[in-house]
Design a protein around this ligand. Sequence first.
Ligand code: ADP
Ligand code: MG
Length: 237
Amino acid sequence: GLSLESYCRKHEIAVTGDNVPPPMSSFRATGFPAELLREVHLAGFSAPTPIQAQSWPIAMQGRDIVAIAKTGSGKTLGYLIPGFMHLKKKHNNPRLGPTILVLSPTRELATQIQDEANKFGKSSRISCTCLYGGAPKGPQLKDIDRGVDIVVATPGRLNDIMEMRRITLHQVSYLVLDEADRMLDMGFEPQIRKIVKEVPSRRQTLMYTATWPKEVRKIAADLLVDPVQVNIGNADE
Ligand code: ADP
Ligand code: MG
């Protein structure tokens, strides 16, 4: 196979951080549970995408990560699968609140993330719900009460539900800011900061973004601790 160096060069993977683990260039190298690998195989995926190959080992070490990669590069499973592994270790009671919180800019994207979580998390018996605006709160509150491992939410609706005191985030230990650049463009920074205040500081934080402007750098510096930065294809360097 390819040497590590040529794998990174070929896929334009650049990393910044101490003792960064090598990318997992094949599914076999991941050590994921067999049922999950079967799911991946059934989906027709032949190899991890570069962002997955490099973010999986970092995320599974429990480290904070900033991943910069363009749309369509497979970022969702880049954070979801390590999230499934994280859940397995926690054994939290979902009725006491979610363990994983994913913030996403739009209803459409949040729904796609939930679909991916349900599809690939089925074998791990993961439960997931989606909170977004422009829809009645009733069913969303019901899902929260029933208990879920993963909440995927737009910042506006999650804030509303927090203000109603209908969700608690004290069990969240894996926080994902997906499409961070878009969330900031849409003006969600105040809501994001309010939400993060309710998440314990003992947590793992993962930020995924397509671009890396100074507003995103600023919020990354405030919310992440000693992150490893992964940049694919010199995306917006
Ligand atoms: P991004 O968040 O970077 O825009 P997505 O996570 O939405 O990208 O993934 C884009 C598409 O690629 C999805 O349809 C997803 O199911 C698919 N995909 C994810 N991982 C792989 C893989 N390893 N091989 C092939 N396709 C993949
Ligand atoms: Mg995405």
